[in-house]
Structures are given as structure tokens and as C-alpha cells.
Design a protein around this ligand. Sequence first.
Ligand code: B3K
Ligand code: ZN
Length: 881
Amino acid sequence: MRADDTPLIRLEAYRPSDWLIDTVDLDIQLEPQATRVRAQLGLRPNPAGRPGAPLVLDGDELALERLLLDGQPVAADLYEATSQALTLHAPPQRAFTLLVETVVDPSANTKLMGLYRSSNVYCTQCEADGFPRITYFLDRPDVMSVYTVRLEARKADAPVLLSNGNLVATGEVANSDRHFAVWHDPHPKPAYLFALVGGALDHLRERYVTADGRAVELAVYVEPGKAGRAGWAMDSLIRCMRWDERVFGRNYDLDVFNVVAVSDFNMGAMENKGLNIFNDKYVLADPQTATDGDYASIESIIAHEYFHNWTGNRITCRDWFQLCLKEGLTVFRDQEFTADERSRPVKRIADVRTLRATQFSEDAGPLAHPVRPRAYKEINNFYTPTVYEKGAELIRMLKTLIGAEAFAAGMELYFARCDGTAATVEDFLACFAESAGRDLTHFAQWYEQAGTPTIVASGRYDAAARSYTLDLAQTTPPTPGQPDKAPMLLPVALGLVGSQGDLPLRTQSEAYAGDGLVILDRTSATVTFTGLDEAPIPSLLRGFSAPARLELDLADAELLRLFTADSDSFNRWQALQSVAMRALVAAGRPGAETSALTARAQDIAEALALFLGRHGTGDPAFAAQVLRLPAPADVAREIGRDVHPDLIFSAHRQLAAIIGRQIGRTLTSLREALTRPGPFSPDAASAGRRALRNEALGLIALAEPAQGAALVQAQFAEADNLTDRLAALAAMTLIPGEAREELIGRFAALYAEEPLVLDKWLMAQALIAEPGTLDRVKALMAHRAFALGNPNRVRALIGGFAANLTQFNRIDGAGYHFIADMVIALDRTNPQVASRLLGSFKSWRMLEPVRKGLAEAALARVAQTPGLSRDVSDIAERALA
Ligand code: B3K
Ligand code: ZN
């Protein structure tokens, strides 16, 4: 079915299920090509449903083998079984059991949804709609059941058998080479949280006692021989469990918690109850095969999935429109965990970078949608930066708005009131309205209205009146289906910076909420601050208090002053980024003069030299963020229309080169000062030092290629860890020539047996901003490190190329053509990976006319391909609309 014929599922159309399934007893005989699934369902009519309704169970590519109702065969005319549904026309209007038997082929399941095999390991992925690929079921999150699962397999094939909940029995099957395990999960759950794993796996085990006294067996399962790489994931797990007890008062609730790493996985990880399944990229780590970035991602994703146990599993979503209820909240929780474990300002900066790069760009293009969408054709296309990252920003704003205390009380209330239910955004917000004693109706609009608001601010100082007046106005651009926008409730955290630091904030203005917070909830507001003996510089949106764009007309000199004097670290960082962004935006347009860029580059370099001299070694992680200029893609987004990627890219190179040359000596001596002898440690402080050293290396490579190449060679030779080796490789990719090719070869030889490291190698090459890259990528597709069937390989090489601003957007359209071909090819085997890749076109409308035309043609070619999946046709259709 083409997406244009696919029914649109609407939030307004929600109604409770007519039937409930209280218990599910699964008996699963694992076989690589023919796994038999016997599902015994304990059904009853839902008192909230329609009396006398038929029973329609969802299926997906299933074949029914056997059907028994209360143990008796069902007459052929009483039911209908297709590959997509099993319907009982007139089921008994009472509780009854249904035994449904299906046979599935895990080895042929290339979609990686439902039950599949990954490197000889059986595993499952059921969110959002994979369970009906295993058995017929009411696959909706508000149908929650208690599961008992018996798994049976050949011992040699699957010595380890795992499912959700607690292990209740194991044994041998008499007179056979088979064994079994029975798992029982006492917590009712929706089918999307079901999971099983079977295979030969090694593990790392720890015992954990919860704050409320429950002993829990923790285990991390990995490919044989890789248990030595599971330590960091385990360590992260233990720390995040403690943190959730301390900060949110949440204890774990089963006797076991298992994490399993698999090598073929459509996304990062999955929070199945008591059995989290991970992309191995987010579990395996040792200094030789994981970067500091990997260590940080593992820590945060382990935490994210664990935190879902309460925000997602114990309290799940009523329907998929409420996805942000679990995702936005859980992202907020994992962000807070990282902020507490590492550096709060650095985490905030990193998250805002991601938000702007992924969510702001989504909001600005044809795929924009509200945090809670009102309609969808394919729910798997809504696991987006808007639902996740903007969803987390909404929770953060809520906390800012009502204060930490009322926020904590609201969370408590939510856990107490909604535990065990499938809840809605309204249920969630009601808890905070109650704890804060406030009406949150206007705030709730954040869930409904798409688009990134722009705040336009201007201020004036009146020396005679000793006052400073700040005018704030907001607008939100139209997005698909929402041409007219209402004003949002924007919490604007602010300060006024004077010559000696922050000035006291005295005002009678209505919009001022106290504690440095202005609430902009109408089209415009004016706030007058009094008692000021000097003209202040406004520091607005401190800590990035709202997911908005800010237009504030400060002079470069004022921004540079904020960079040194603002008490808010985020805005210190932001101030310098803003100066750099101005330079890049001005220089990245057709016909731009280069003199303005040069002048600004010099100002930035001077400010940086001073800053690095003072703080470079004191807070290297923060300094690394400061040193990293806005990326070319950020500049493209800021320009927003008639974008010329090549012009932006060369402006970026030019700016980096001038700065790099200007502060070259500072960078070199800083690199030396940051070198610490001793063995590798992944802790945040050590990672911060490496980040700054490597940021400096990149800048040197751009400014002084010969010196950069020498430093790269030395660093590669001396490095005792992947972070430094990969940074050397990345810096070298900026310097064309023989030496680069030689280093690329050496890196591949060193890591020939490490697919996850080779992914980084593939990606580093796919990102080279040179016309030869497309041919290089095509050639690499034949390399043994690449496989079209493995999502990690595809994301690294093909996804890497699609993220290459200048090469994906080649003026001859060959980049678009190639990605379109890849989408079409991948769609035949794995529609989710294909549709993600197609999302690379999400910013096509902002391009200059020639590229825009070529991108549109490539999109149209995808859209017109016969037999497309719903995943891909939905994205193509919306991108072109
Ligand atoms: N809940 C899963 C994502 C499922 C994606 C389905 N297409 C991972 C997470 O957000 O924790
Ligand atoms: Zn999640």
C-alpha cells in the first residue's frame, strides 16, 4: 500500500480497546528458520469498550497454524486469518482463552522488527509495532498483560535464554539436545516491551541492592570473548540506578536486570522490561576500541533505557501520540544524570548543539511536527528529535516555570498516581498543575504547536531615569498544517551584566516572575529595570531556558564582553558562537566581502587567546566547546534560505584558518600543557583534556597543514587510545595528499577485526569535503568492513555521506542521486533504516534554486518507486508536500 492510500491515524479517533488481554503465556521453540510460537491469551471484554465488538488481533506477515478457543478448535466461518489480522467475528462476551499458533522465520527477518537473528543470536525488537510479527495480538500500549514465557532451543544453538521479568525455571528437555527457560514478569506491560534473547553469549555480572533493600542480579551480555568490554556499561548502570534512587526516589522492581548487546539493531537501544537490548555500539567499550564520545554515549544510553523502567514501563503511554510522555521525560532524566555525573554547563552546551542541529532543522523543514503529533501514517517515523529532544526541553521549561520544588512534588504525584497505567500528556501535566497550584493550559500548547519560536529583543538604557527597558517580541513561522501560530509561553531567564558583573534586577513589570525569569506569554512584552547606574548588557535566554531562536542586536564588542564577563556559562559560550555565526552568515552568502570576516576572525582569535590562557587548562571540556566554531550546517540553518553550501563551507574554512593561524602558538603550548602521562582513563576530566587537545589539533590542521600533518603523525604513533588515534585520523582527513591515504590504510590495518571502529573509519572518509568523496564512498561499499544489511555500517558510510554538507549537496546532484538509490535499495530489506536515511533530505527546501531542483527530483524519484514501504513513502510524501 502506498502512503497516500494508507489511512491516517488520528489522536481524536482514540477509543479504548474493546478487548483486554490480562495474561499472555508464550511457548517459543527457537529455530533459525522456523520458530514455533504458541501464545495463550487470557482475554476479556473491556468494560470501557463497545459491547459485542468483534475481536481483531493485529498481525504482520504472519500465517496462522492453529487456533483454539477455551481449548476447542474454532469453526472456519467464525474467524478470518490474513497475514495482517486475525478476526473473531462474534467472540463470546465473557472472559475466554485463545491459543494462537504461528511459525516465523527469524533468519529471513531483515527488517529487524519482531524476532530476528543477529550474528547467530535470536533477539527481538517490538517497539513500536513489532510484536504482531511474532504472534497475533492487540498491539497497542494501553493493552497491558502479565507475561509468562517459556523459551526452548537447542543447547548448542542458544545456551543463554532470556526474557522479561524473573527467571522461574530452567531445565533440559528429556531425550533431546534441547533445553528451556521460563521467565515470568509480574508487571503488566504492553506488547512493545516484550523481549527475548537466545544465543551463545558471555556476560559480566554484579549484585546490586536497591535503596529499599531488594537484591538484584545485574548482567551485561555480549558476544563471546567480549566480556572485557562490558565493564563500563555495568559501571554506568550501577551509577544510574543509584542516581535514580537519590534524585527521583525510584527503586528497581525485579530480581534481575539484563542488558544484551547485539550487532544488528535499527536504533540505539530498547527499554524492554528487565531485558534492555542494545546496539553493541552503545555497550562495548575499552580504551582501544571506544572513544571518549562512546564512553559518554554508553553512559547516557544505559541510563536512558534504565530510567524508562519508571518513565515508560511502569507508566507507559495510552497511545503512540503520547510518545513524548515517555521519551521527552526520559531524555530529560538522562540529561540530568549526565549533568550531575560530568559537567552541567558542558552537557547543556552539547545538548543545545544537538537540539539546534537536529530539531531546529526538522522544525524548519517539511517534516516539522508538534511534540505531540495529531496524526500519523507510520509511527516509526515519529521517533524524532522533536519528540525526544524538544520533548525534553518542555520538561526542562516546566521545571524552570514552576520551580524545582513544585517540579519534584509533581513528579512524585505522577509516579504515585499513574503507576501501572497507560497515561497521557494531560495526566502528566495535571500532576504539576496540582503541585504548583497553577493553570498550565498555555504551557500545554508547547505539545501542540510545531515550529521554533523566534524571540526578538531590544533594549535601551535611560541614564537620567537610571533604567533599562527591554522589549521582547515573539513569532513562530508556519509549519505544515499549522499556517497560523499563537504566542507561546516562553520562560526567558536573564541577567543584566554591568562592569562589575551581574546587576540587581529591580522591576515592577508584570512579565517579571522573579529570580531572573521573564515570562513572555504574549506577542510582546516590555520589562523596565530600575536603579541602574550604568548601561547593562542583557544576557538573555540564560542556560537556554526555552527552545527558541534569539535575535538580539548587540554589538560584537558587547558579545565579546559577555564572553568574558557573563556569570552564565552557557551564555558565555553562546556569546562567542554568536560572533562567529555573524561572521559566517555574512561571508557565506553570494557576493560577500571577505574583509568583514577577517576583522571578526581577528577579534575572535584575540578573545580566544585570552580565554585559553586563563581557563584552557582549568576547564578543558568547556574550553573545547568554546573552541569549536558553529559547523557549516549550523550556518546553513541560520541563513535559512537560498543556501549555497560551498560558500558557507569555504567561509568556515577561512574563519578557522585565520583563527588557527592567529592563536597557533597558544594552541600548541596548550596541547603540551594538557598532556598527562599515565594510563588512559575515561573519566570526564581526562576526556575533557583530550577533547581540547584534539579540538586544537583540528584547528592547527586547517591553519597550518604541514605542521598539522606532523602533529597528526606524532599523535597517531604515540596514542594509547582510540580517542586520540581517531582524532588524528579526522584531522588528517582535512589535509589532502599521500600521507592522508597512508594513514587511512594504517588505521584500517590496525583495526581490521573491529567492525565498530571501522564504522568510524568509514564515516571519517564519508565526511571528507572533497569532490572525490562520492567515488570513495562507492568504492568503500565493496570493502569487507561494509555490509548493506547492517544498520551501523549503513549509518556510518551512507549516513555519513548524507551528512557531508558539500558533497551530499553537490551541484551536479550526484549526491542526491546516490542517496536516493541507497534509500530505494535499502527499503527492500530494511524500511526503517531506509526512511531514516531519506530524512537526510529534510532541509532541501532551504537550498538555492539549482540544488533545490535536483534534490526535489531525487525525492520525487524515490516517491514514485513502486512497492515502497509505508516508512519510506510517508517520509517522501511529507518531504515533497
Ligand atoms: N524506545 C526505544 C525506541 C524505539 C524505536 C522504534 N522505532 C528506545 C528509546 O527511546 O529508549
Ligand atoms: Zn527512550
